[in-house]
Ligand binder design. Structure first.
Ligand SMILES: Nc1nc2c(ncn2[C@@H]2O[C@H](COP(=O)(O)OP(=O)(O)OP(=O)(O)O)[C@@H](O)[C@H]2O)c(=O)[nH]1
Ligand SMILES: [Mg+2]
Length: 450
């Protein structure tokens, strides 16, 4: 996957350059990680490497081997220690590797040094994730956000020479094509470097402006939805947890759900009715992953605002995954970064059909957890009831007297609120009940409580 800019029209497109394997087989990738004793991650290096392998396969590569080194922290010059880098030179020859993928974001210096020593292409976890995002971006919003993230990633990594933005589709697997190929650029050439930097910077500002327009559009849509006065629930969770499958089952929408990482990039919103007849809006959105680059989160701000602005979160956890707990911790960390971790949350412990002994699942580890199978349609009534209950808990109590001429407001309360007491008095209908904060404004002026 390579980014190409048509300078005349200033439109951006992604060209698919990953070898599909029809002619010469998929690209052969070797994975490398440092097991840093200083890291405070809940993830083990094995699990992190397994996930890197899944990312590599999603991007279209074949994993031919892995290496890890235990260090206090990655070496600043070459990520791995000297001896291990030499070992890597032999391995890449033996295994005939096309690319070496590092499990952490490499600094520009590390990347340049490694590229000098190794023959295969050097890419890192961030470049790989960006590559998958680029493959899956469909909407204008998604494409703009991915391009911004790619440009931000590229800028500090430019080292002159060849920043020809456009490459030929279907090119060979030379030093620059294939998985993550658009990202690494090397060579001397000060003047050219300056020009390239300026060009990228100006593209970054253009993209930011375009994304700002997208953000404003989204804000308008949100305001329109707010006028419908339905609470918005954002479906969040680790990539591949089953968010889109659950979303489809609950809403009968035809969102793409696939066994691949980052199948969904664009948020979709649909309306559903809870068992207590309360109407809500459900939003499916992009998945999270550990070591998700902050720049990428920043670039996806327009999309992620759907999560930030939601009234409640429905977290989907793949409870059949051996790293379910680590994944959920990562989701919470990213929600904290987005300042959305304090919202009321219900957890769907999904893929329960794949768990040998569902009774052994410890639901107490997750907030308001309900075991479900989105695919087999199990546990969904209980899930909806829990959503209704948690939503009710986040409602505010009101004591109001609505005049008889405002019959529509009484009806609205009946549909969307929880009535604790209702009596028909001379001046109107007296209601004591709970209503979601998005609707409170309609009733405030009829309040009779202190
Ligand atoms: N067995 C089983 N598989 C499921 C269940 N729910 C989802 N899956 C499968 O899990 C895979 C991922 O599902 P998606 O719904 O695309 O997951 P997602 O969380 O939307 O993933 P991204 O959009 O990539 O972040 C698909 O192959 C689904 O068929 C379930 O309840 N049981
Ligand atoms: Mg999805």
């Amino acid at each position: 996957m390579v980014l190409a800019i048509d300078r005349r029209s200033h439109t951006t497109k992604f060209e698919h350059l990953i070898d599909t394997g029809v002619n010469s087989g998929p690209e052969r990738a070797y994975l490398v990680a440092v097991d840093a004793t200083s890291a405070d991650s809940v993830w083990s290096v094995e699990d992190s490497l397994n996930e890197l392998g899944a990312l590599a396969r999603t991007a279209g590569a074949e994993v031919v081997g892995t290496m890890r080194q235990r260090l206090t922290h990655p070496e600043s010059a070459t990520y791995l220690g000297k001896g291990r880098v030499q070992e890597l030179v032999d391995i890449e020859k033996q295994l005939n590797c096309d690319l070496i993928i590092f499990d952490d974001e490499l600094s520009p210096t590390q990347q340049r040094n490694l590229e000098k020593i190794l023959n295969a292409r050097v890419i890192d976890r961030t470049a790989l994730i960006l590559d998958i995002f680029a493959q899956h971006a469909r909407s204008r919003e998604g494409i703009l956000q991915v391009e911004l993230a790619q440009m931000e990633y590229r800028l500090p990594r430019l080292s002159g020479q060849d920043v020809e933005f456009t490459r030929q589709a279907g090119g060979s697997r030379g030093a620059t094509g294939g998985v993550g190929g658009a990202i690494g650029v090397r060579g001397p050439g000060e003047t050219k470097l300056e020009i390239d930097r300026r060009r990228i910077r100006s593209r970054i500002s253009e993209l930011k402006e375009d994304i700002e327009d997208v953000r404003k559009q989204r804000a308008i849509h949100r305001r329109q939805r707010a006028a419908q006065a339905m609470p918005v629930i954002a479906v969040v969770g680790y990539t591949n947890a089953g968010k889109s499958t659950l979303f489809n089952t609950l809403t009968e929408a035809g969102v793409l759900a696939e066994n691949m990482l980052f199948a969904t990039l664009d948020p979709v919103t649909r309306h559903i009715v809870l068992p207590n007849h309360q109407e809500i809006l459900l939003t499916d959105t992009v998945g999270f992953i550990h070591k998700l680059p902050t720049k990428l989160i920043a670039a996806f701000r327009a999309t992620l605002e759907e999560v930030v602005e939601a009234d409640m979160l429905l977290e989907v956890v793949d409870i059949s995954h051996e790293n379910a707990i680590e994944q959920s911790e990562t989701v919470t960390e990213i929600l904290e970064e987005l300042e959305a971790a304090d919202k009321p949350r219900v957890t769907a412990l999904n893929k329960i059909d794949l768990v040998d002994d569902p009774d052994d699942v410890d639901t107490s580890l997750y907030p308001n957890a309900v075991p479900v199978s989105a695919l087999k349609n199990q546990g969904l009534d209980a899930l909806l009831e829990t959503i209704a209950r948690v939503l009710a808990e986040s409602m505010e109590e009101v004591d109001i007297l609505i005049p008889y001429r405002k019959g529509d407001l009484v009806e609205l309360f009946h549909r969307r609120g929880n009535i604790l007491k209702e009596e028909h008095l001379e001046d109107g209908v007296h209601i004591v009940g709970r209503i979601h904060r998005t609707l409170r404004g309609y009733f405030l002026s009829y309040s009779i409580a202190e």
